[in-house]
Design a protein around this ligand. Structure first.
Ligand SMILES: [Zn+2]
Length: 298
């Protein structure tokens, strides 16, 4: 997978791609690392937010490795030599083995299981069999034939060949042809235009750099939103700290306050009792006083 294949942006039209939403392209190439797309067909696969987030983190880590920055490949060696070289498929299997062991899984998870998981999730989300086959890159021969047939018809009729005209002739939306790299390539080839460049070697291609710029812009947007969330949490935490510093403290201090309130209530009751006694004393003293005054005045 090359950096140009990553389209983690809502609108990839700046990159000449009309597929909406975050997605990546699975393009069949003969790669140096011996990794090849499972399917003979090129295709676009939508990705969810978790993957985009994980990729954001990976890019940060990848950027710290100078050798990786010069490579056109997405997955490269960051920790073991040769640094920056395309990660061999075996390394990924090793990683899955190690993670499976660490997670204590009896049956290790293999990369292939992810394809099955993806298919189940897509089915759960309501995708029909054709769509799942399409996303997994299984040749859905019937649908491919429709486009190729339309392409042949247009060519033999000497008509203009473009993505739009083939889509019109096949009675489908243009985006379907854009989604299928091999069909797209076939249309472009027939139209006499050079097919989209399949870069050789590991040097970063211009297309990859353009994709990087677009992806980075999108990532900045995501990070800005993330920072806003963190700032809100920080200000909440600071508010809490200020409240604690005020002396009243956290909920733990409510106990102390309750105890103090009970003490004060008891004190009030005691004082009332004392007050009542004093009242009686005072009343008795007054009575005595009145009696003495009466004797004096006699
Ligand atoms: Zn795309």
């Amino acid at each position: 997978m090359r950096r140009e294949d990553i389209h983690f942006i809502l609108d990839a039209s700046v990159l000449g791609c009309r597929i909406p939403g975050s997605h990546l392209h699975v393009v069949r190439r003969d790669n140096d690392n011996g990794a090849w797309a499972k399917s003979k067909r090129s295709r676009a696969v939508p990705v969810d937010f978790l993957l985009v987030q994980a990729y954001d983190q990976y890019v940060v880590e990848r950027d710290t490795c100078r050798e990786a920055r010069d490579s056109d490949f997405v997955l490269v060696n960051l920790f073991r030599p040769p640094l920056g070289a395309p990660m061999p498929p075996g390394a990924l299997n090793d990683l899955f083995d190690r993670l499976s062991r660490r997670a204590g899984l009896a049956d290790g998870v293999h990369p292939h299981a992810l394809r099955h998981g993806f298919a189940s999730n897509a089915a759960d989300a309501g995708a029909v069999l054709d769509e799942i086959a399409d996303l997994l890159g299984h040749a859905s021969a019937a649908s491919s034939q429709v486009y190729l047939h339309a392409l042949d018809q247009l060519a033999s009729a000497g008509e203009e060949i473009s993505v739009s005209s083939v889509a019109r002739a096949a009675g489908v939306h243009r985006s379907l042809i854009h989604r299928h790299g091999d069909l797209h390539a076939a249309v472009i080839a027939r139209a006499g235009q050079p097919p989209p460049g399949t870069t050789a070697g590991t040097q970063v291609s211009r297309k990859s750099l353009l994709a990087d710029v677009a992806n980075l812009t999108a990532r900045n947007g995501r990070l800005a939103a993330h920072i806003t969330r963190l700032e809100r949490r920080l200000s909440e935490a600071l508010g809490q700290a200020a409240w604690e510093a005020s002396g009243l403290g956290a909920p733990a201090d409510v106990d102390t306050l309750t105890r103090r309130a009970t003490e004060l209530e008891q004190q009030i009751l005691d004082l009332r009792g004392e007050l009542a006694e004093r009242d009686e004393d005072l009343e008795a003293a007054r009575a005595t006083n009145r009696e003495l005054m009466a004797q004096l005045n006699r």
